[in-house]
Design a protein around this ligand. Structure first.
Ligand SMILES: *Cc1c(COP(=O)(O)O)cnc(C)c1O
Length: 374
């Protein structure tokens, strides 16, 4: 099946008894232990809603096994604590999602796990961080907010030559635009709160990997207890039915807006992997089916005035919804790091990050044009 079909026709647990086409919401936390083995229990991630959704997501990411969790961070911490042990060392990309960086810096050392952050996005930047105790490389492509991309196959090659595991946060790309398992990555995670959910109304996470690795991670996940409830599973499954359509439209809109913004006098720089001017355009073109719905740009003049004048695009954190949202990384996601560190990472104070929705492209252009003129 192609991905557009798999989004809709997963391994549904249809309401066979009554003939309904949609998986019912199984709210039971108590199940008859004489019927099914293992007996379903919500925190074991094995209710019918969990199983059906995990199988669907595994198919979308071309992985053997899937696990759906209560948030993206639940997925990330389950992966790190499931795969790393006392005395191990892990290498992380320098510009990860802020919550991931915080978790690495505040949680790993107290369990005797050491880490390094790579200083750039070349394979050699990761290679320089390797030690004899290194077990894992964790990265994000495209990353937030400058949409930096890593050569996935190149990094997998390095990791395999040293017998290291690779983990990617594939949230920004979504399974529609990038399938890292097919490129040899061992573990893929998503904040399903973003594109998979797509309507800014749920919080969930996902892990997609091999059966062998999933056995270890499933046990850790049960210990940490970050399982999603049946309502969230239902809503996520329903949302994924339109994932392909939504992301196609977001890819198109973001490309058109990136080109439009590049032509505006008040816009100094646009960061979008689909533009030939982006430093990682070439590698993005080889590994992504579409360039995604996220872009950033530097705007001259009064940022606050611009944001206040927008009528369609909403200033908001989070991303990946059907509605276009915009935020200033310096004031939101990257507010806690110093201005000097932000500037060193290439994040200027006048940078705006746009999560492009599925609205009409001409309306989005008019919204920006009207707000810039004011
Ligand atoms: C939001 C986000 C996360 C964390 O996900 P939550 O669902 O908020 O826990 C991780 N990675 C990326 C890239 C994100 O955008």
């Amino acid at each position: 099946m192609n991905i557009s079909t798999s989004c809709i026709h997963g391994p549904e647990d249809k309401n066979l008894k009554n003939g309904g086409l949609v998986t019912p919401i199984f709210t039971s936390s108590a199940w008859d232990y004489r019927q099914e083995s293992p007996t379903p229990y919500p925190r074991y991630f094995n209710t019918p809603n969990h199983n059906q959704l995990a199988d669907k997501l595994a198919r979308l990411e071309k992985a053997e096994a899937g696990l759906v969790l209560s948030s993206g961070m639940a997925a990330i911490t389950t992966i790190l604590f499931g795969l790393l042990q006392k005395g191990d060392h892990a290498v992380f990309q320098g510009d990860l999602y802020g919550g991931t960086t915080d978790a690495v810096m505040h949680e790993l050392e107290k369990f005797g796990i050491n880490y390094s952050f790579a200083k750039g996005h070349e394979i050699s930047d990761f290679e320089k961080c390797l030690k004899p105790e290194t077990r894992l490389i964790y990265f994000e492509s495209p990353s937030n907010p400058l949409l930096n991309c890593v050569d996935i196959k190149g990094l997998v090659k390095l990791a395999r030559s040293k017998k290291l595991l690779t983990v990617i946060d594939n949230t920004f790309a979504s399974p529609v635009n990038q399938n890292p398992v097919a490129m040899g990555v061992d573990v893929v995670m998503h904040s399903a709160t973003k594109y998979l959910g797509g309507h800014s109304d749920l919080c969930a996470g996902a892990i997609l990997t091999s059966k062998g690795i999933m056995e270890r991670l499933h046990t850790t996940a049960i210990h940490f207890g970050g399982s999603p409830d049946a309502q969230a599973c239902y809503l996520l499954d329903r949302s994924i039915k339109t994932l392909f359509l939504r992301v196609q439209q977001q890819n198109q809109n973001a490309m058109a807006l990136a080109q439009y913004l590049e032509g505006l006098k008040m816009v100094k720089k646009v960061y979008y992997p689909g533009l030939p001017s982006h430093p990682h355009h070439a590698i993005a073109s080889t590994q992504m089916a579409g360039y995604g719905g996220m872009l950033s740009f530097e705007l001259e003049g009064d940022l606050e005035g611009f944001l206040n004048q927008l009528e369609i695009i909403s200033p908001a954190i989070s991303l990946g919804g059907v509605e276009s949202t915009i935020c200033s990384p310096a004031l939101t996601s990257h507010a806690r790091i110093s201005a000097a560190e932000r500037h060193a990472a290439g994040i200027r104070d006048n940078l705006l990050r746009l999560s492009v929705g599925i609205e009409d492209i001409e309306d989005l252009k008019k919204d920006i044009e009207g707000a810039i003129r004011i």
